[in-house]
Write a protein that binds this ligand. Structure first.
Ligand SMILES: [Zn+2]
Length: 473
């Protein structure tokens, strides 16, 4: 069934249909969305209070109804705030979720959700959500109907922050084959996409033919002024457009997802597409968690959905400016409590001054990449992949290398794979690059520069610039 005509309806009609369809399938998104917008108007004090209440209800439900949390015997102490209580909960790793899956499910649903493959028999109900699994073993979590509604609200909110509220047409340049295949499977999803006025493109693998097609699609729809994209996919496309001296499509705004928006990447995207770039942080298992506003003072946490902490290796809170592990507590998913969930990302708090936009939601200064993407240097420090992308992705190799990947294969062994674009000046450039790596990883590091025909995608289909296979071994 062709549903693309829906995308040609005027935006207000699409918005009305979107909420109507959601209500028809049993979602309470309209109510949740309105509540989300109320939170946005809170004073910081009122927000604190609302968070305290939501946290309190969640922790209470978890310790009473989930076997895993009941067994931890974390009963609330007299006089303890929900935030203090939360601090006594151990972080929850992906491995623990896999091992404790059925014990995490609350008692009333234990009979229904018996494994990660379980499927609800009701129409709009809990759903098993698989993590993107950029690395390692995919993990399944359960989102209940309430969480799904709040998750949808975070997506609507983030898109609005980035200048394209519900109903505004946008391109979606997305990551993995699996994501796209899954969406094509469901008519309902396609209808929703059309109502969102979304043109999807597969960024699965940035082959030249794909990049040319994406570019042509964009030029063929000059009225679509917004792009939602994986950072890496948008950057690949931007570099391709610049290298090939193609006419760049122009956008009002770009929502950059699923990656680290370095200052260099931001400039590259701004320059190529004449667009305002918004950094957004989210994941499949936690929905959208933070997004920049028009003042670009950092990423506002989407507080009604998730409570975020940033902690150091000893589990202590990191002050603004100091990077640490992000722990996520999903506030609306009481059927499958995810409390202090270690998503594997490294983040930094911004200073706590109020943003000119007036939002009370706290801000992350930046995301520093995934822990799996961190590389171990000679002196034992974990180095974020950001610097590598800086050296390679933008500043040095624009005209010489098409694709690349850096893998740490041993304690002091690295392989840099590259697909050359031209040979003039390539060797000299590679020498400089190797010297930069040597400087960062230490003089004892062995760095192999390996020319390849193409960079293989990971098992899950996502393209990865940095891999640390030493860490996993
Ligand atoms: Zn703001």
């Amino acid at each position: 069934m062709n549903v693309e005509w829906l995308a040609r309806l005027p935006a207000p009609a699409r918005r009305a249909l979107y909420f109507g369809l959601q209500t028809a399938i049993g979602s309470k998104i309209r109510r949740v969305w309105n509540e989300f917008l109320v939170w946005e108007q809170f004073t910081p004090e009122r927000l604190d209070h609302a968070l305290e209440q939501k946290l309190s209800a969640l922790l209470q439900a978890a310790t009473k109804q989930s076997e895993y949390y009941r067994n931890l015997k974390l009963d609330r102490q007299p006089g303890e705030t929900a935030r203090q209580w939360l601090k006594r909960f151990p972080p929850l790793s992906r491995a623990q979720i896999r091992e404790q899956f059925t014990r995490l499910v609350i008692d009333p649903l234990r009979g229904e959700i018996t494994s990660p493959e379980s499927v609800s028999r009701r129409r709009y109900d809990w759903l098993a959500v698989k993590t993107g699994g950029t690395t390692g073993i995919p993990t399944t979590v359960i989102h209940d109907a309430n969480q799904r509604d709040w998750g949808r609200a975070t997506r609507l909110y983030a898109a609005r922050q980035c200048g394209f509220p519900l109903g505004t047409p946008y391109f979606r340049l997305w990551g993995s084959e699996a994501d796209l295949l899954k969406q094509q499977a469901s008519l309902q999803q396609r209808v929703l996409q059309s109502l969102n006025a979304e043109v999807t493109m597969n960024a699965f693998k940035a082959r030249e033919a794909d990049l040319r097609r994406h570019h042509a699609t964009m030029l063929a729809h000059p009225r679509i002024a917004h792009l939602m994209s994986y950072v890496d996919a948008a950057a690949s496309l931007a570099m391709f457009i610049q290298d090939q001296k193609l006419a760049p499509p122009r956008f009002k705004s770009i929502m950059a997802c699923a990656g680290t928006v370095t200052p260099e990447f931001r400039r590259l995207l701004e320059d190529t597409f004449s667009a305002e770039v918004f950094d957004k942080y989210g994941s499949r298992d936690c929905c959208d968690m933070a997004c920049e506003c028009q003042h670009h003072t950092g990423l506002h946490v989407l507080s009604p959905n998730a409570f975020l902490e940033i902690v150091d290796d000893q589990g202590r809170d990191c002050p603004p400016g100091r990077p640490g592990r992000i722990l996520v507590t999903l506030l609306n998913n009481s059927s499958f409590p995810m409390i202090r969930y270690d998503v594997g990302d490294i983040g930094v708090w911004a200073e706590s001054s109020r943003c000119p936009c007036g939002s009370p939601f706290p801000r992350l200064q930046s995301l520093q990449g995934r822990q799996d993407d961190m590389l171990l240097t000679e002196d034992g420090t974990w180095q974020s992949s950001v610097f590598v992308r800086h050296f390679v992705g933008v500043s040095l190799n624009r005209q010489l290398i098409r694709e690349w990947q850096l893998e740490q294969t041993g304690r002091a062994r690295f392989v840099f794979r590259y697909v050359p674009l031209q040979t003039d000046g390539l060797q000299e450039n590679l020498k400089k690059l190797k010297a930069s790596f040597q400087l960062v990883f230490g003089p004892s590091a062995q760095i192999e520069m390996q020319q390849v025909q193409e960079i293989p995608p990971s098992a899950t289909g996502k393209f990865r610039w940095i891999i640390n296979s030493y860490r996993k071994a």
